[in-house]
Write a protein that binds this ligand. Sequence first.
Ligand code: PEP
Length: 249
Amino acid sequence: MRTPLLAGNWKMNGSVELVEAFGRAFAEAKLPEGVEVAIFPPFPYLDAAQRTFADTPLQLGAQSLNPQQSGAHTGEVSGSMLCEFGVRYALVGHSERRQLYREGDEAVFDRLLAALSVGLSPVLCVGESLEERDAGRTMEVVLRQVSVAMSRLEPAQRARVVIAYEPVWAIGTGRTATPAQAQEVMAGIRDYLASDNPELAEGLRLLYGGSMNAGNAGELLAQPDIDGGLVGGASLKVDDFLAICQSAG
Ligand code: PEP
């Protein structure tokens, strides 16, 4: 049985005030049994979030990390720094990082290893563009992204990775993949991993991301291979995100 994970990616949004609003709401919220919820705020809010979320079920994630542990990398943040703030998860390979900051498959792999090396669970984001989907290349693209990252890891490392399938055309566009479209790709990812290690694939958590909201989350999360969500826009509104978390029960 896989533990559902709802991950709220605030991107470059939020404030100390929003951290406090989430702290208040989740301190009192009734979440479905066994559901994990994590907020991924911008780095400057990690300190406030760690303190504010201490009395809530909320865990912490980071939106990125540098592959190095320390050194002359102006503007960057390392995995060991994130650990000092109680961070448990780190996004790697988010499509915005791939596109806007030119992080290709190798850069994604380096970050994945860096996260694992300090005990963080990487959330590996994969997904096809609209052009790739229209050209019938969805599975080819997604499985390449999965395989470049996963095939070079030891089984024990692989078991700590969470994979988020995020069709690029659905991120921040309000255009969600249908539950059937998401399930098809995510079953394909699990089958691919099962061909090498069925037990590992069965235990691995796969999240859907792309315009998930309070209205569509229930149907998406009911799919057999969708174990949670990576939520952008709707994770900035406490009531909406709470409703999404509650539909994971
Ligand atoms: C994301 O940023 O990972 C995401 C899925 O964003 P949105 O929910 O806004 O599409």
